[in-house]
Design a protein around this ligand. Structure first.
Ligand code: HDE
Length: 724
């Protein structure tokens, strides 16, 4: 299909690209269409002789193989993606003329790529890191890319510092260690000298950096953008994605375990949920700030290290995105997709955020090396669904065969085509923002308050979340070898919260310095006045913001939550099946796990029960909850099985819901936490936060489902610490 016509057809079929099906019933050919007679043996001079240079079939195959890799993304190399649709649920024409945001009947195809930032393409999904959340909307007015993250702010305020930030966080250059980790000297050296990173550091050291699933993350456009309506009136906007499953994270110890046992944990989870028809969904949220309110806040809307607290400007939910199709080919789609913050449609425009402005340059530039030339827009996944008409020609790997003589404008020979589109004809016009300014290589003083929102974030966390941040910072700084860096960081953190700094200092065996011999602020130009650049902390700011703590996320369903049932021969099959059924009715997923694969028999039934995972091939870190049904023989086998006991200990350590029949209590008693269980094991008792024992199966199942909805019982973590 010619590229120009692909759009119309694609809108109709919902398929964005041409696909080559498996070659069922076809003969093998070379890339030039020649049928191949033998693809298993190269051409040789005699049975035991040397291979001949003449063997063009061998050469074509090996040459192609030799060139199969392209450079991985310089950041966000590790990613997973899916197709879907976006639908706006109210007409937003009061704010924007973007058609996909005004016409409620339009279903806009999207392709979404999630990523980690620091690691290489093959690194683990569960690294402590920011997650990329990049959405390509294939609208009828061209592609709009919302290239965001799962955190609403960023490390730096000016694009010119991005290469430094990335060099600092990437593996150290002399030995390429550590992979996908910020816990090393160069990163914290840079951060310790960059106070503008204070707010982002709080986010990255929080549980937000360890998502339970890509489906359970928020997304943020980070920068303030503009929406522009038909009358050319503009408002400022922050974009949000709110997951319908809530925002949830795993424990750090769990994350490290998952990294070893299944580095593809998030990728697999996304893939499987779409294959199972459990389509991930997000609501698109907007925070709208009228033009006249540009200077109303104590932070600058152009400063990407600041968010707009939802208490000040509520997030209005305007549409839903559903991911409903896995890519057919990882390389062709997920690897070759090229996002660019500069891909906008009429009705969406930029602001002067200096980070955003730098990004406008970087994204096309990086594709030139990564995808090999200026025609990457012709790669199927990058094509808009509308036809492309312009005078650009040639270049590496050009796919389009342009007819005719005119590749210039103005022209008469093609009757002036393609025409420029006026605003009324859907042409993009930049918002005519008035700028009266002198050229200046400086930062606005309105960007200097680096700590207020870092404090706001920390103060808005629950006790367990604060504990996790304390642990995370102690871990990271504990891995830093150079003491002056640790010291600077302790001072830095004491500007955010003295208790937090003191706790870390205790953990890493140091003291929080009262002052520092050197300035932390490296933003000062050589001839600048240091006083002018002193970080300001604004007093009287908002003390807490509910939206910043994951405790306040929605906890109303167990959809797609994974529940392990530990069972062996002789299990109480009636209870096992009743609890399994109750979980599945609520949309949860169940694995029956036994020391070995095959089938187990129930004490009360002749019907064999299939074992879906063995203790050899799975681990508690892959589940959200565990249930141990009764049955004398099953219980006796599990009680004596070290892997089963470890499974339970670990699930407890990671604060997951655990349920057991009353007669399976002895299995729990064999665990570390079981020793701490109260003696009372009467029927229908919830024995400990998130540990439910006994009672009639239906009641137990009901209580268990409610417990799983809570996601985790973090509050039991510190007082009931168990080794596992
Ligand atoms: Fe990016 N970023 N970035 N970034 N970014 C890239 O583009 C860059 C920033 C984000 O799944 C690169 O195609 C600069 C903020 C995502 O393919 C590159 C600056 C945010 C992805 C690049 C930033 C992002 C990228 C590397 C500072 C959140 C992955 C490969 C001015 C709002 C997109 C590529 C995907 C990727 C540059 C900062 C999000 C080099 C210069 C802030 C989600 O162009």
């Amino acid at each position: 299909m010619p590229i120009e016509n692909a759009g119309e057809e694609n809108i109709k079929t919902g398929k964005l690209q041409e696909h080559t099906e498996d070659a069922t019933g076809e003969f093998l050919t070379t890339n030039h269409g020649l049928k191949i007679n033998d693809d298993q043996n190269s051409l040789k001079a005699g049975e035991r002789g040397p291979t001949l240079l003449e063997d063009f079939i061998l050469r074509e195959k090996i040459t192609h193989f030799d060139h199969e890799r392209i450079p991985e993304r310089v950041v966000h190399a590790r990613g997973s993606a899916a197709h879907g649709i976006f639908k706006v649920n109210e007409d937003l024409s009061r704010y924007t003329r973007a058609k996909f945001l005004t016409d409620t009947s339009v279903e806009t195809p999207v392709f979404v790529r999630f990523s980690t930032v620091a690691g290489s393409r093959g690194s683990s999904d569960l690294a402590r890191d920011v997650r990329g959340f990049a959405v390509k909307f294939y609208t009828e007015e061209g592609n709009f890319d919302l290239v965001g993250n799962n955190m609403p702010v960023f490390f730096i305020q000016d694009a010119i510092k991005f290469p430094d930030l990335v060099h600092a966080v990437k593996p150290e250059p002399h030995n390429e260690i550590p992979q996908a980790a910020s816990a090393h000297d160069t990163f914290w050296d840079f951060i310790s000298l960059t106070p503008e990173s204070a707010h982002m550091i709080m986010w990255v050291m929080s549980d937000r950096a360890l998502p339970r699933s890509l489906r359970m993350m928020e997304g943020f456009g980070v920068h303030t953008f503009r929406l522009v309506n038909e009358e050319n009136k503009s408002v400022f906007v922050k974009f949000h994605w709110k997951p319908l499953l809530g925002v949830h994270s795993v424990a750090w110890d769990e994350a490290q375990n998952i990294s070893g046992k299944d580095p593809d944990f998030h990728r697999r989870d996304l893939w499987e949920s779409i294959e199972n028809g459990d389509f991930p969904q997000w609501e698109l949220g907007l925070q709208i700030v009228p033009e006249e309110d540009e200077h109303k806040y104590e932070f600058d809307l152009l400063d990407p290290t600041k968010l707009i607290p939802e208490e000040l400007v509520p997030v209005i939910r305007v549409g839903t995105m559903t991911l409903n199709r896995n890519p057919d080919n990882f390389f062709a789609e997920t690897e070759q997709v090229a996002f660019h913050i500069g891909h906008v449609v009429p009705g969406i425009d930029f602001t002067n955020d200096p980070l955003l402005q730098g990004r406008l340059f970087s994204y096309t530039d990086t594709q030139l090396i990564r995808l090999g030339g200026p025609n990457f827009h012709e790669i199927p996944i990058n094509r808009p669904i509308v036809p492309i008409h312009n005078n650009q020609r040639d270049g590496h790997m050009r796919q389009t065969i342009n007819k005719g003589k005119t590749a210039y404008g103005p022209n008469t020979m093609a009757n002036g085509c393609p025409f420029q589109a006026g605003r009324m004809q859907g042409g993009f016009t930049s918002f005519p923002e008035k700028i009266e300014a002198s050229k200046i290589r400086e930062r606005s003083a309105s960007f200097f308050d680096h700590f207020s929102q870092a404090k706001l974030f920390f103060n808005s966390q629950s006790e367990p979340e604060k504990n996790h941040m304390l642990d995370a910072l102690s871990f990271e700084l504990g891995k830093v070898e150079m003491l002056p860096i640790r010291e600077r960081m302790l001072y830095f953190i004491s500007q955010i919260d003295e208790g937090l700094a003191a706790g870390i200092a205790h953990n890493i065996g140091m003291h929080v310095p009262k002052s520092l011999a050197m300035s932390l602020n490296q933003n000062i130009p050589a001839d600048g006045d240091p006083e002018k650049y002193r970080s300001i902390v604004k007093e009287g700011s908002l003390a807490e913001s509910q939206a910043l703590s994951m405790v306040n996320t929605r906890k109303d369903s167990i959809k797609t939550r994974k529940v392990a049932i530990l069972a062996c021969d002789g299990v109480n099959a009636a209870n096992l099946l009743a609890v399994k059924e109750a979980i599945m009715t609520e949309g949860g997923l169940v694995d029956v796990i036994s020391p070995r694969f095959g089938f187990i028999s129930g004490a009360d039934s002749d019907e064999p029960i299939a074992v879906s995972k063995s203790l050899l091939t799975t681990a508690s870190v892959f589940y959200d909850a565990v249930y141990v049904p009764g049955g004398t023989n099953s219980v006796a086998t599990l009680e004596a099985d070290a892997d089963a006991i470890h499974f339970l200990n670990e699930a407890f350590k990671h604060c997951k819901a655990i349920a057991a029949d009353a007669d399976a209590l002895q299995v729990l008693r064999a665990t570390y936490f079981g020793r701490k269980l109260p003696e009372d094991n009467s029927d229908e008792t919830v024995m400990m936060e998130g540990v439910i024992i006994g009672g009639e199966a239906a009641t137990l199942a009901r209580q268990f489902v409610e417990a799983i909805k809570q996601h985790r019982f973090w509050e039991r973590e510190k007082p009931r610490k168990v080794p596992a």
